[in-house]
Design a protein around this ligand. Sequence first.
Ligand code: GLN
Length: 386
Amino acid sequence: MKTGNAILSSYGTTIFEVMSRLAQGVGAVNLGQGFPDGNGPDDVVAVAADYLRNGLNQYPSMMGLPELRQAVAQHNKRFYGLDVDWAREVMVTSGGTEAITGALFGLIEPGDEVVLIEPLYDSYLPIVRRAGAVPRLVRLEPPDWTLPRAALAAAFSDKTKLILLNSPMNPCAKVFTTDELEFIAALMLRHDAFAVCDEVYEHIVFDGGRHVSLITLPGMRDRVVRIGSAGKTFSLTGWKVGYLTAAPELLTPIAKAHQFITFTTPPNLQKAVAYGLGKDDAYFDSLARDLEAKRDRLGRGLAEIGFEVLPCHGTYFITTDFRPLGFNGDDAAFCKWITTEAKVAAVPVSAFYDGGGVGYYARFAFCKENASLDEALARLRRHFRK
Ligand code: GLN
């Protein structure tokens, strides 16, 4: 009998689904998959509810509602000083993941090379491969996650179509510096390459740091696809509303992919996100400040229990080295063990490496109510008898 597509069939079920279902099955506090356990900002949800009840329920334009595209353009100006033509340079997608997939399918020609940096979000590689590209992987290693510049330069060639860059970076909580981005920009210019920038954690940067968007660097405006996400910016991950900003020459082929993948995104949610992007600075500041406090709450507790907690500069995630706890097994076994025995779920960091990772790091999501974080810590404390 014939079989399904070989590339996609070679992958198992995504680790986020696996750990969340396991957590649900055993009643674990889920610090695995990165989603907040609150209900998002009331005012944003109220706008969506209003439009759901009062008549915005049919297909909107495939490019997205003009109000949201205008709001995305204004957001680019407000936070990054970018002048964006909303009608030609902004498209709404069904989440950041769809934006990434659309960008890859829209830009890649079979045989192209794509540079990716590990650890990486798990949808990147299957889609790059399914689009027919040859991945060139560059590894960042814990505990420092330093950008290996020589290896990165060696991964680029004149066959490089694009680099897929995630900053702030999941799972390692690295925020790329201007200097690192300049190094990447120089490679892109030398090899005539594009960048697809997954910047969904753009507003979740800590300790007074700032997210720098590659698209703002000299020579990058026409080479970079910048992706944002309402899921992360408004703590509404199930809404699956993303947005993409790119020069018309890049956006046009990406829109061709989008029109055949999801075509469009719920209009009532788009209205609410348009409203949300216009919220005042206090909203964006408190998003980062609240999550920073949660990072510290969970990080302190995990350190007291005996984990070695790596620095975290942004995103929803803390990476921990569990060797001090004396577990005899790899990170996948450790995460399964604490999920089923301590009833706290985490995600193994090796799931973010193609050929396996270092094998003793676990990722914990801290984007949860304080009560959930405290309960998780209490359970881990009991489990490790501290
Ligand atoms: N980005 C989220 C994480 O890393 C989850 C996304 C997903 O579940 N596909 O946990």
